[in-house]
Design a protein around this ligand. Structure first.
Ligand code: B4P
Length: 202
């Protein structure tokens, strides 16, 4: 699917999905390199706004540090403004978005306006204890503000309460949802992803 669209418009719109710490950002960077899908991470955009100290960054920074989700309106505005530029290549891989049903509906409406829809969802599956271990490890290495034990607990809670439903939303639409184990080394996980994408490209 990805390989075909790289040569032949319309562009591909993919979503990389999974709980906090499942490796979305890690794998999205590899997919961008190998499959030329522009990596658009709402988490990275928000962290950049925090560093720059913009009004968006000041609002988002407090929310993120607590492990909560940033308001849908703010995130949707960010994606709406970035998507056209990101879409100029083979396609886009959305990382960390949509995280709520309202975000998914807003994305669908944005894409429908251009005659597009979501082409695939790649969902990373990792047991919760491994996720917590990874995030606590990252806390020790990088000191990210939302990798405290309290914020991690809240992020997992939000994921189960609000984000998981996004998968069913796309399944109901008939969008291919590929579940890939995120266990093992980043190379092993990427190999599994490559096989899934490879099969789709047929
Ligand atoms: P994100 O930036 O999306 O953070 P994440 O879910 O923790 O990241 P990810 O799953 O990408 O993990 P990574 O590859 O880094 O969001 C952060 C916050 O921003 C949210 O909590 C929320 O507040 C806000 N936000 C973002 N988008 C939003 C939206 N749409 N709506 C509302 N709020 C939003 O990997 C994690 C760690 O595991 C790393 O240390 C990595 O090195 C390690 N790792 C990766 N793969 C591994 C592997 N195979 N084995 C061992 N370790 C691995």
């Amino acid at each position: 699917m990805v390989a075909q669209a790289a040569q032949d418009p319309p562009r591909v719109i993919g979503i990389i999905f999974g709980p906090p710490g499942s490796g979305k950002g890690t794998q999205a960077a590899r997919i961008e390199k190998d499959f030329h899908l522009k990596h658009l991470s709402t988490g990275d955009i928000l962290r950049a706004e925090v560093v720059k100290g913009t009004p968006t960054g000041r609002e988002a920074g407090r929310i993120m540090a607590a492990g909560d989700l940033v308001p849908d309106e703010l995130i949707v505005d960010i994606v709406r403004s970035r998507l056209p530029e990101a879409e100029t290549g083979a396609g886009v891989l959305l990382d960390g978005f949509p995280r709520t049903l309202r975000q998914a509906q807003a994305l669908d409406a944005m894409l429908a306006g251009e005659g597009h829809n979501v082409d695939f969802v790649l969902a990373l599956d990792v047991p919760e204890q491994d996720l917590v271990d990874r995030l606590l490890h990252r806390a020790a290495v990088e000191g990210r503000a939302d990798d405290t034990r309290e914020a991690i607990t809240e992020r997992m809670h939000e994921y189960h309460k609000l984000t998981e439903a996004v998968l069913d939303h796309y399944r109901r639409q008939g969008v291919p949802v590929e579940i890939v184990s995120g266990l093992g080394s980043p190379d092993e996980v990427f190999e599994r992803i490559r096989r899934v994408i490879g099969i789709s490209s047929g």
